[in-house]
Design a protein around this ligand. Sequence first.
Ligand code: RB5
Length: 149
Amino acid sequence: MIALASDHVGLTLKKVIMELLEEKGLEYRDFGAYTTQRCDYPVFGSAAARAVASGECDRGIVICGTGVGISLSANKIHGIRCVVCSEPYSARLSRLHNNTNMLAMGSRVVGEDLARMITEIWLETPYEGGRHQRRVEQLAILEEKQILE
Ligand code: RB5
């Protein structure tokens, strides 16, 4: 199950991503926004992130104008590693090395085809583990303690 969210600016691109997920036979849950009425990205980014952090959803994809505000919102939730991507290389490496569980994109930054490509690569790339695991665990320690001991 993929958690989706956007603000009003990201709504149209979120619908493109919904179509992609449907084509791929992947289930999703949309945490809003549902209209183009002006709204606040932290409300929706954090809702999708809580669903991923709780295990209700496996991963999440969130969209605002730049991808920045909604990625920051998601990353405030414990257990979330959200990458904001405007190209496929970082999407791939964020899965291989950082085990990102959420992807953010900016509807004012990427076109629809590029967003689809980024999403497909991010969804299909596995986490490599191994030497990267210690660093990912350090992120969780930082989240709890603010410092590595
Ligand atoms: C909304 O105007 C815009 O600030 C928002 O979509 C996003 O780009 C924030 O980071």
